[in-house]
Design a protein around this ligand. Structure first.
Ligand code: GTP
Ligand code: NA
Ligand code: MG
Length: 348
């Protein structure tokens, strides 16, 4: 008997070299302006936001036929990571959380040190990924417009020179370096088996070209992933990782976390690592960011909830969090599972 079994929302990490457009692409999808408010235009933390399936369906409506199945996932949780070289540990953490990933590459600049680093993180974790070949609008002569790339990629819409330029950049800057790192890769329209060949989706975060194609390919890969992995049981105690420890007015120290497995319940106990051991604390409140809001820069207030199923961003309010630091593993468990959880945390 399967009670309460539900498809877990897959975690999609966004990785790539600094300024290749990771946050801008997410801003475009979410209609947010997170990039504008980042100090120096540089992402310095791991971000998280939920993209509901309805949003994917709305943006990609003309292309859903490309998927040979119905879209059954409840949505995706996207994890934004910093591309600056100083943040290797955050990229590793973001990469380790991922079920699947989007590697963002500026199609004009091509592979850079942190692009290679990102690919190696994905390789190590055996994380399937697609490539967003961004800044398509900057290809000389390219006529970039909002909407599906597949409708804009032909002789009627593009000058022959622009098409040639595109093919050269696609090959030299994206396909070839991927081949050199051991991956088969091609333009997504030419890929026959997405589990064998890395799909490259040309996009522009500025014009919005290719965003429908990117989301459809992502949904397709997410669904393939979930079919092949039976880690779908969102029944057990929640497992997660601390993104940030934050002081909140009226709440004191709180934890911003990503829950990657199980269900978090209010009134249960938070068991979380700190530099000297484990902290156990009774949860006062669970607060969930609104769909399409970036957790680290939300438009709306977080909403108090009784329980949250993976995968999700989550703010946790509980006493005694002063010694907890970013990156620590956490569990949310009923009283009788505290000892077991402590042991797990010590071993992580
Ligand atoms: P980090 O998180 O700091 O690694 O950077 P990022 O990869 O998130 O890049 P970000 O979104 O901060 O974008 C960097 C710059 O590139 C910004 O000035 C964006 O406006 C610009 N940019 C992003 N995408 C595009 C695009 O498709 N076309 C053009 N022309 N500019 C873009
Ligand atoms: Na940036
Ligand atoms: Mg960024």
């Amino acid at each position: 008997m399967v009670i309460g079994m539900a498809l877990r929302c897959p975690i999609v990490s966004v990785l790539g070299h600094v300024d290749h457009g990771k946050t801008s692409l997410l801003d475009r999808i979410r209609k947010t302006r997170v990039t504008k408010r980042e100090a120096g235009g540089i992402t310095q933390h791991i971000g998280a936001s939920e993209i509901p399936t309805d949003t994917i369906k709305r943006i990609s409506k003309d292309l859903l036929g490309m998927l040979k199945a119905d879209l059954t996932i409840p949505g995706i949780l996207v994890i934004d990571t910093p591309g600056h070289e100083a943040f290797t540990s955050l990229r590793k953490r973001g990469g380790a959380l991922a079920d699947i990933a989007i590697l963002v590459v500026d199609i004009n600049e091509g592979f850079k040190p942190q692009t290679v680093e990102a690919v190696n993180i994905l390789k190590q974790n055996r994380t399937p990924f697609i490539v967003a070949a961004n800044k398509l609008d900057l290809i000389p002569g390219w006529n970039s417009v909002e909407g599906p790339f597949v409708l804009n990629f032909n002789e009627k819409k593009q000058h022959p020179n622009a098409l040639t330029e595109f093919e050269i950049k696609l090959y030299e800057n994206v396909i070839k370096p991927l081949n050199e790192l051991g991956f088969e890769a091609d333009l997504f329209t030419r890929v026959k088996d997405i589990t064998k060949t890395v799909s490259i989706v040309p996009v522009s975060a500025v014009t919005g070209e290719g965003i429908p194609d990117l989301l459809v390919m992502l949904a397709g890969l997410a669904q393939k992933f979930l079919e092949q992995n039976l880690k779908l049981d969102v029944e057990g105690p929640a497992k997660g990782t601390v993104l940030e420890v934050k002081e909140e007015r009226g709440l004191g120290k709180t934890i911003d976390a990503i829950i990657y497995d199980g269900v978090a319940k209010q009134g249960h106990y938070l068991v979380v690592g700190n530099p000297t051991g484990v902290v156990v604390s009774r949860i006062k409140a669970l607060l969930k960011p609104k769909p399409l809001d970036e957790m680290r820069d939300p438009r709306d207030k977080f909403k108090p909830v009784k329980e949250v199923a993976a995968a999700s961003g989550l703010k946790i309010s509980a006493p005694d969090l002063d010694t907890v630091i970013a990156g620590s593993p956490l569990r949310i468990v009923p009283k009788n599972k505290i000892e077991e959880a402590k042991k797990e945390i010590m071993e992580e």
